[in-house]
Structures are given as C-alpha cells and as structure tokens.
Design a protein around this ligand. Structure first.
Ligand code: 0A1
Ligand code: ZN
Length: 896
C-alpha cells in the first residue's frame, strides 16, 4: 500500500520458500493510541529447505524502530528502511528482540493496529502484520504466539488476543495486563488483538467429543441486545461443521468481536474473529431479513475458516482461493442446510439462485474486463485487490464441481484426506485438487484448468431427435467469448465441465435417462462429464422429442447458449422439475425481452411487450405450489447492470427505460394480483427471521414495489404509508420507505419526504440503520428535475456523513456509483466527476476502500462512445493523482 510510481509485479512463478523460520514469537504491547510500543521476541533459525541467504530481511511498514538485539545483545548490523528491516551477521539460530513503535490513532487505512470508537483493533490479512512489527509476514511462516497486552485499565478494561487467556492482573499507574497463548501454529495474518470498553454475550456449550467451550460475542455496551442472532449462528455453525465434515472446534474459547470501522465483512483470526458490525448486530427493529441471513452466512464463513484456512492455510497469496473458495462453498452449503435441510430441494434452490445471481452479475462482469484473472492468479501488484468475486465466488463454484462430480460422500472423503495430509501446513490449490482426486480414485489433471484459466467459458448446445431410432443427441461445444488479451493467454485447452441435464416430455414430466451403451435407464438428471472441445452425448429409448433442461442447478460456472423459443422457455418455467432451471427459464425469457426492448429504447423506438410474456409471469406469481421466496426470485427482473453487460454496447439509460417499461407493464397488467398478494402474505405476530417468514415478506414487498410503479401510485402510497407506520420490523419498514421513494418519482408525494425524516429521527443512534437511510436515497430513481447526483452531493455534507467510516462511504458513494447505473452514468458525466473526486479523497485515507470504488469504472470500454470518452477522462484524472499502489493497479489496468 506504500506510495510508489513503478509498480512491482509479484509473480506466482517466483515463489521461493522462506530463508528463515520462526519457532516461536512473544509479543508485548504497551497500548497507547498515539504511540504504541511493541516488543517482539522471536526464536529464529535458518530454513534447512531454502537456499542460504546472505542476510535476514524482515518486512515492516510505517514503523519506528527503537532497538534490535540478537541473543540479548544490541545488534549494530540492522538497517530499517521503507519496506522493513535488514539484518546482517546473524547466526544460524538465535533469539531476536525488536522494539518498535506505531501510531494507531492516526491509522486511517484500517490495516495493522488502529483505533475505532476509542478501542484498539487489528487487521492483518493480507499484509497488515508488518504494520505492527517487523516480521516474516508471509503465510508459509507459521509459528506459535504468546501475547502480552498492557493498557490503562479504565480506558481499556478488556484485553483480548488469540487462543487462551493464561494470566491477567494489575500494574502500577492504573494499568493492567493480560497474557494470551495460542497453542496452534499460525501465519501472521491470523494474529489479532482487541482492547477497549466492550461487553460480551456468553454461552457455554459442549463440542461433539464432550469438551466444554466458552463462546463470546463482544460488542460496545449499547449493542449487547443485538448479539443473540450472531451467537445462535455461531452455535449452529459449530454443530454443522461437526455433523457435515466431522470437524470440531479446537480451542477452549471462541470469540467474535464487532467493530464499526472495517474494510471488509469479517476476519477469521484464530479464536478471535473480528467482524464488521454489519455482520453481527441485529434485532427485528434494526435489521432486515437479508441482514439476518447475511449474519448467519458470515458467522458461518469465519467459523469454517478455523479449519479451511487456519488449520490448513495458504502457501502464498496466489493460493487465496484454497481457503476462500472452499470456505464460501462451505458457508453456502451451511445456509442451504439451515434453510431447508439436506433434502428440501426447493428451499436449497432459493439459496442457490441467490448465489448464482451474485456470481453472474458480479463475477462474470469481472471476468470480462481488465481485472479478469484465474481463480489462482498468476501475478498481482497489490494483493488486497485480489479479494475478488473470482477468488471467492468462482472459487466456490470450482469446489462445488468436485461435489457435483463425486457426490457428497465422495466430497467428504476428499476433505478427510486433505486434512489428514495437510493439517498444520501451508499448501496450494494443487494439493487440494490432488487430495480430492486421490480420495476418489480419479485423475483430475484436466480440472486444473479451472484454477489457471481466466474468463467465463461458453457452452453451445445443439440437439437432434431421431424419431425412428428413438435417439436424442446433445452436442456440446466449449470456448470463450471476447476477453482481454491477458486473459486469453491463460485459455489453454478444454475444461472438465460437469454438465447436468434432464429431458422433459410433452406432459412436463422428466424422462428416465439412458445413455447409449448403458444397459438400463437410471435417474432423470445426469451429470455429463464434458471434457472435449466438442462432444456428443446420445440418449436412447427416447419416446418423443424432449425439451432439454440444461446445466441443472447451475452445475458449472459457464454461460449456456441454446436457442430456446419463447414458448419453450414458458414451458420450462411452468414445468421443469429442477427449481433452479425453472427460475432460469424465466430469467432467459425476461432477459431476451428486455434486451430487445433496450435496443429499441436506444433508438427511441416505441416499446411493447407481448401478452404471452406477462401471462407466463402471472402463472408463476399465482402458482401456490411454489414457495413465496421462489416466486419472489422468479418475478424479480434481471438487474440493470446485468442487462447492460449483455448489450453489444452498454447503454444504461436504454436499459433503465426498457426495464422500467416492463416493470410498469407487469405492475399494471397484474395490479389486482399484486394487491391480493400484498394482503395475503402479511406475517402477523412476533417477527421471526426464518426463511419461511422472510419469503412471505419478500413476496409481499415485491408486490408493493410493483404497485409503486403504477402511473397512479396513490394506492401504493396509501399501502406503503400504513406499512411504514405499523411495521414491527426493519424489512417491512425499509421496503415501505423504498416504495414511497419510488412512487414519488411518478408524482411528488409528501409521504416520502416525511417518512425519510421520520426514519432518520427514529434511528439516529443506530449507525447501521443510518447507512440504510443513505443507501436508499443514493439508489433512488431520481427525476429530470432532481437528478440523484444532487441528492448525493447534498448528503455528502450531512453531519452524519463520514468518509473515514467504510460502511458510511459505501452506503452513500458506492451505492450511487455501483447500484444506481441509470443515474451514475448520466450523459453529462456528472457521475464520473463525482467518482473521480471520491476515489482521490479516499485514496489519501484508505487505499483499500478507494481501490474498490475505483473498480466502478473498469468496464468503461464497453459503453456507448459518449460515455466511454467521459469515463476515460475520469480514469485518466485518477491515474494522474492517485498515490496508492492499490488504486494505481486498478486504474492502470483499466487504461491499458
Ligand atoms: N479473510 C476474510 C476477508 C478479509 C480480507 C482482508 C481483510 O482486510 C483487508 C479483511 C477480511 C474473509 O474471507 O472473511
Ligand atoms: Zn473468507
């Protein structure tokens, strides 16, 4: 993150083992906000497995060196510099003691040791530990830590670090100390400390083998009442990992701490997970159903890292997906099991659809632009820029494919072997793949392509039915669409694609499937192993021409190209036994219509929508055999960003007009249905964030959102006002406010203004809710008379706005730049000018957050010429002024 004009590119191929190893480390902290002293004592020795280095190079950033001693004696041959500390003349094995100072109160980067709301926190992944002390700050150097924290007792009554508390007590001058010992070896990125005025919700449970465990959720005192859901999520996570993977909690105590200034979602530090408050705090009044679900998922994610990431970690940062792809897959499966259990396919499908939506909207876009990279990247300038959708979400899809190929049992066998071989080690993606292959007696060499190739594979499908021979052939062809030249280079040969397929008869039922050469039919969904560039699969005994259901449950992260007619898609939407593909048929149908309309809108041609499309959606909406959650997803149109992405030339204004046209058509044509649904799916009684109740609320609030699109929104305003006033939970209240804002686009309504004002007053003391207040305004539709950029600029001066707090910056700036495409991409370039200003302002405070915002323009080349030129100018402006490695890497890659 340091300032540098010549970017240093780090290559995976240059990996070399560390020259020295650390057998143990003892850290002593004298915690003072303006100047914290860290005393670091390491037992070091040369690594017998590495070439002999002439000197010891320790990494360090933004540190003030105080003293260096080798085996207790001051060491003169030590030189501190911008990137660390160089020591000459060191013995082969020795004790090294380094004292240094840092300034947590001035640390706005939120990496290393920093202060938030007066309390101390650390964030060390990926390379933050070097901002705390000089160290071999790389994940393949694992050691055991003893940590002593000393601080003023009144200001910092709670002192936490990894592992077990072994000693605590008072010191002179009103100070006190706590000593922690982590029995497990870990890399430095998993170190953490927390100190301050915090309180905890506690539970004691027994793990599978009967050992007592202390669980704590630490928060600021006024938030204690919002911790129950996080605690329950933690207990569910512990049980789930025991049952599904036979993995037990290995420490006597496990702590979660919430912090309001945090760059990401949460962090899996050993035994001391640190969380963004957004993923801990919840009660019915302040958190939505989505918030509750996200908390469960993130608590699960961080807990599951205890094995996948901590016990077995990454050899180097190119292997990041080893822990992240695997852990995202685990949290997805956890959430699916929590929602529906192992066998409730409909409930699991809802989770699957949500995950695939994110993948397609965000990861596919990433994979088509200048930041495209393989799941295991080949190079980077700033590792923090590689905590990406590709590493996380596509990585999770890659892990899911093993399970699709080998089944749950086969996947479990692979995981067991992985832990048996690699517990306590820092390993690679190859080690994981080989463990899965060996446990299942398979050669998975070809599967390596999923780790090394960038870009989204496309599978084109042709089918042919021979009515006399009763044979049905399915021909698959794989390749890639257009990508950047750097990504193209990685595309070296066909992938092993597990392609799940079903065949549907005229009656809408699945046909039994028998492949040519098999003795009998077996099952109605088959996973074809597609390994060639082009391959034909032949089904026999096919009594009539079927309709193919392709890539069931989204069995691989690819784009499927097949020429369905609109009628066939409507049929699949009504009949496919695979719930994912039922939803998918609706999305294909909608996408096709919307893209045709967007093309017309771009020409200012009149728009119209066929009644049969409306009818197809009406059938789903009123199909009571389908769960409300599923119906909500099916009736949700593809996002504007996704649609713009699909156009030859992205035109956000045309997409917006087309999508609004369809929304209004669906609103008007189904008005009575929406009204009935809004009434029928009320959830009276006490609020519960169960998937079932959330499904009812989701469908009800979708109905309200559609009603708000009517040209005469009076009815929607009445319903929304009542819902706003009477809501006993945030889901309903926020949805009502959002509907009021939408309705006021058609017709100024005082109800929207007064609800906004009420919302602010009511939740003034709840930062996470005020974030929603900012976000709702930043993502609103706007009018010609009042474009949203004006609202946003005005809100930037609001006393509650604070650029230093990432959640707040995201709620206003990111919401506008990334979640309101029609307004952000205004033709006058006003959005881009705002973006450039904010990237530069953030760059000076927090380069990681600035770099995330910088990515909002990375697909600039794909837009219409007018927008493209204005985006280029904004990017050039940022390239000329940005200081951090983080932002420079993004804008320079975008401009190449
Ligand atoms: N390992 C965390 C993600 C994370 C990465 C970097 C951070 O700070 C810069 C913080 C968190 C996870 O996957 O949850
Ligand atoms: Zn993770």
């Amino acid at each position: 993150m340091s300032d540098t004009s010549t970017p240093v590119v780090i290559h995976r191929a240059d990996y070399a083992p560390p020259a020295f190893l650390i057998d143990s480390v003892a850290l002593e902290f004298d915690l003072v906000p303006t100047r914290t002293i860290v005393r670091n004592t390491m037992r070091m020795r040369r690594n017998p497995g590495a070439v002999r280095a002439p000197r010891l190079e320790l990494l360090g950033e933004q540190l003030e060196l105080v003293s260096v001693a080798v085996n207790g004696a001051p060491h003169a041959a030590a030189r501190a510099h911008e990137h660390g500390l160089t020591l000459d003349d060191v013995p082969d094995a020795f004790e090294l003691t380094i004292e240094s100072a840092c300034a947590p109160a001035e640390n706005t980067t939120l990496s290393g040791l920093y202060v938030s709301s007066g309390n101390f926190f650390t964030q060390c992944e990926a390379e933050g530990f070097r901002r705390i002390t000089y160290f071999l700050d790389r994940p393949d150097v694992m050691t055991t830590y003893t940590v002593t924290l000393r601080a003023d007792k009144t200001a910092y009554p709670v002192l936490l670090s990894n592992g077990n508390l072994i000693e605590e007590g008072d010191l002179p001058d009103g100070r006190h100390f706590a000593k922690w010992e982590d029995p497990f070896k870990k890399p430095s990125y998993l170190f953490a400390l927390v100190a301050g005025q915090l309180v905890a919700l506690e539970e004691r449970i027994k793990s599978a083998s009967g050992k007592e465990k202390l669980l704590q959720v630490w928060v600021e005192p006024h938030d204690l009442g919002k911790t129950r859901h996080a605690m329950e999520s933690l207990i569910h996570s512990i049980r789930w990992d025991e049952e599904r993977f036979g993995l037990e909690l290995d420490l006597d105590r496990f702590m979660i701490v919430a912090v309001s200034d945090f760059n990401m979602g949460a962090m899996e530090n050993k035994g001391l997970n640190v969380f963004n408050t957004k993923y801990v705090l919840a009660n019915p009044e302040t958190a939505t159903d989505t918030d509750f679900a996200n908390i469960e998922a993130v608590v699960g994610h961080e807990y599951f890292h205890n094995w996948t990431g901590n016990r077995v970690t990454c050899r180097d940062w190119f292997q990041l997906s080893l822990k992240e792809g695997l852990t995202v897959f685990r949290d997805q499966e956890f959430s699916a099991d929590m929602a529906g259990g192992a066998s409730n396919e409909a409930a699991r499908a809802v989770k699957r659809i949500e995950d695939v939506r994110v993948l397609r909207q965000m990861q596919f876009a990433e994979d088509s632009g200048p930041m495209a990279h393989p799941v295991r990247p080949e190079s980077y300038v700033e590792i923090n820029n590689f905590y990406t959708m590709t590493v996380y979400e596509k990585g999770a899809e890659v892990v899911r494919m093993y399970q699709t190929l080998f089944g749950r049992d086969g996947f479990r066998r692979g995981m067991d072997l992985y832990f048996k071989r690699h517990d306590g080690q820092a390993v690679t993606c190859d080690d994981f793949r080989v463990a899965l292959a060996d446990a299942n007696g398979r050669d998975l060499a070809q599967f390596e392509g999923w780790y090394s190739q960038a870009g989204t594979p496309r599978v084109s499908v042709w089918t042919n039915y021979d009515a006399t021979a009763l044979r049905y052939t399915v021909t698959l062809k794989q390749g890639y669409g257009d990508v950047a030249p750097a990504a193209r280079e990685t595309q070296t040969g066909p992938l092993l694609i597990p392609f799940a397929i079903g065949l549907i008869g005229r009656d809408g039922a699945d046909m039994p499937l028998r492949l040519d050469g098999e003795s009998a039919a077996a099952g109605t969904t088959r996973v074809l192993e597609f390994t060639g560039t082009e391959q034909t699969f032949t089904f026999v005994d096919v009594r009539e021409e079927p309709l193919p259901s392709l890539l069931r449950n989204f069995s691989a992260p690819v784009v499927v190209e097949y020429d369905y007619t609109a009628g066939e898609l409507a049929f699949l939407l009504a009949h496919d036994s695979d719930p994912f593909n039922r939803w998918e048929a609706g999305q294909r149908l909608a996408t096709r219509e919307l893209l045709a309309l967007a093309a017309r809108a771009a020409q200012d041609a009149p728009l119209s929508l066929d009644d049969s499309v409306v009818a197809a959606f009406a059938r789903v909406l009123n199909d009571e055999t389908l769960s409300p959650a599923f119906r909500e997803l099916a009736l949700m149109l593809p996002s504007e960003a996704y649609l713009a992405e699909q156009m030859a030339e992205s035109n956000p204004a045309a997409v917006h007009r087309a999508r609004q046209f369809v929304r209004k058509r669906l609103a008007a044509a189904l008005r009575d249905d929406w009204l009935a649904i809004h009434e029928r799916h009320q959830t009276p009684g006490a609020y519960a964030p169960t998937p079932e109740a959330a499904g009812h609320r989701g469908l009800k609030n979708l109905a309200l959102a559609y009603l708000a699109e009517l040209d005469d929104p009076a009815e929607a305003v009445k319903l929304a006002s009542a819902q706003y006033a009477e809501a006993n939970n945030m889901t309903d209240r926020a949805a009502a406010l959002s509907a009021l804002l939408a309705a006021s686009t058609a017709q100024e309504t005082p109800a929207a203004e007064s609800a906004l004002a009420d919302f602010y007053r009511r939740f003034e003391k709840e930062p996470l809710v005020i974030d929603k207040w900012f976000a709702l305004q930043a993502t609103q539709r706007g009018t010609a008379a009042r474009p949203v950029i004006e609202v946003v600029r005005n809100l930037m001066t609001h006393p509650a706005f604070n650029l230093k707090n990432p959640n707040r910056a995201r709620s206003l700036i990111f919401s506008f730049c990334s979640a309101n495409p029609a307004q952000f991409h205004a033709e006058d370039g006003s959005g881009y000018a705002f973006w450039a200003e904010q990237v530069i302002a953030l760059d000076a405070l927090n380069p990681q957050v600035a770099a995330r915002l910088a990515r909002a323009l990375e697909l600039w080349r794909r837009y219409t010429p007018v927008l493209r030129e204005k985006m280029r100018a904004a990017l050039e402006q940022v390239a000329a002024q940005a200081k951090s490695r983080d932002v420079r890497e993004i804008v320079e890659k975008a401009l190449v």
